[in-house]
Design a protein around this ligand. Structure first.
Ligand SMILES: CCC(=O)SCCNC(=O)CCNC(=O)[C@H](O)C(C)(C)COP(=O)(O)OP(=O)(O)OC[C@H]1O[C@@H](n2cnc3c(N)ncnc32)[C@H](O)[C@@H]1OP(=O)(O)O
Ligand SMILES: O=C([O-])CC(=O)C(=O)O
Length: 377
């Protein structure tokens, strides 16, 4: 008989691993705040650049500060030729998250953060460059070697992502949805990728190493990769009835349903209602009669059967799809956003550092001697 899975303390669940002034997750049951501001308030009343400023510099900018910050970021979009050369050599069947990881690491070689005094500059450069970086590779590798111009006239990072992907100015609706999406994904306390960044920062490593490691952690389907995995699942179903039948089968087989459940939230993820509303608007905009109803049915069945709720990733899948974004680029958008949270945590860790080094409960053999190689089985 297989032993029951030991869950309670596993995955450091429920243990505090440090302090942060950046974010609270689930403190009033299902809430999410960035430096005290509710994410619902931010997504309704701010742009991603304002949220980036809030996380990285500690306050919401006034109009003059925002204008200056946006102008600065717009001036940092240029991709160095050596980075373009590397991107052009990455094959079309590479995963875009691996391209992000390599691109970030390559920039760390070309524009190394030599001192912590450069951390803000290095972060702004990554913020400005990431959308163009991934879409330069995507267009080159998937569009007959097309070399896009990353220096677009886009006013914001949200617009820059869509513009460099499709090589044309996006609609206002799409820019609005991207703004909301980037805000929702920006920060989430000690999640796996942020903790990766903090562990790396705690060794006094450089910013590009912290962010490269975080990208690797975000890639997995139990974390950021769930938006892509959710899309791969729901696109198979042609009606809510088919979706219900398939989900019931998956639950019976004890399969994981991607885009559902959470390590901290217990009853809902506050980001879901916001992105779900945008997904519904986009569904109407494109005249969809399948994907949104299928998604809504999956949400209903999962709650009815398991009391499992959609996390931020689930309705992002349909929302991104309706904007013509290829599924494999879903998680890189998460990177373009979460970079702000990761970097803010790196700054916070550096400001009050002790190397992160927990202990482990040993479960291996008792001390023993090495058997000479000729006597081993
Ligand atoms: C927005 C960015 C994010 O990273 S949000 C998370 C994105 N990940 C996913 O959507 C992947 C699917 N979800 C999961 O694997 C888990 O819910 C994650 C998010 C990893 C949390 O894991 P953990 O803290 O262990 O969950 P838990 O202790 O609440 O689990 C209790 C029992 O419920 C189950 N459960 C959980 N989620 C699902 C799911 N999506 N589909 C099916 N079953 C699920 C767990 O397996 C666990 O069951 P058991 O006690 O092992 O029998
Ligand atoms: O907090 C977590 O464990 C995962 C999550 O929702 C996020 O990083 O946005």
């Amino acid at each position: 008989m297989t032993e029951a899975k030991k869950l309670s303390g596993a995955g450091l669940r429920g243990q505090s691993a440090g302090e942060t002034a950046l974010c609270t997750v689930g403190q009033t049951g299902s809430g999410l705040t960035y430096r005290g501001y509710d994410v619902k308030d931010l997504s309704a009343n701010a742009t991603f650049e304002e949220v980036a400023y809030l996380l990285l510099k500690g306050k919401l900018p006034n109009q003059a500060e925002l204008d200056a910050y946006k102008t600065k970021l717009k001036g940092l979009r240029d991709l160095p030729q050596a980075l373009k050369d590397v991107l052009e050599r990455i094959p079309a069947d590479a995963h875009p998250m691996d391209v992000m990881r390599t691109g970030c690491s390559m920039l760390g070689n070309l524009e190394t953060e030599n001192s912590f005094d450069e951390q803000q500059e290095a972060t702004d450069r990554l913020l400005a460059v990431f959308p163009g970086l991934i879409n330069y590779w995507y267009n080159f590798s998937h569009n007959n070697g097309k070399r896009i111009n990353e220096n677009t006239d886009a006013d914001t990072i949200a617009e820059q992502f869509l513009w460099t992907l499709h090589d044309k100015k996006p609609s206002d609706l799409h820019v609005q949805v991207m703004q909301a999406s980037l805000i929702l994904y920006a920060e989430h306390e000690f999640n796996a990728s942020t903790f990766t960044a903090r562990v790396c920062a705690s060794t006094l490593s450089d910013l590009h190493s912290c962010i490269t490691g975080a990208i690797g952690s975000l890639r997995g389907p139990l974390h950021g990769g769930a938006n892509e995995a959710a899309m791969d699942m729901i696109e198979n179903w042609k009606s809510p009835e088919e979706a219900e039948k398939e989900i019931m089968g998956m639950l019976e087989r004890k399969d994981k349903i991607m885009g559902f459940g959470h390590a901290i939230y217990r009853t809902s993820d506050p980001r879901n209602a916001i992105i779900k509303e945008w997904s519904e608007k986009l569904s109407k905009d494109v005249g969809d009669t399948v994907l949104y109803p299928v998604s809504a049915k999956v949400e209903e069945v999962m709650w009815r059967e398991k009391k499992l709720f959609c996390n931020a990733d689930f309705f992002h899948a349909s929302a991104y799809h309706f904007m013509g974004i290829p599924t494999k680029l879903f998680t890189p958008i998460f990177v373009c956003s979460r970079l702000t949270g990761w970097a803010a945590h790196v700054f916070e860790q550096r400001a009050n550092n002790r190397i992160i080094r927990p202990s482990a409960d040993y479960t291996g053999p008792e001390p023993r001697e090495v058997t000479p190689i000729s006597e081993r089985d």
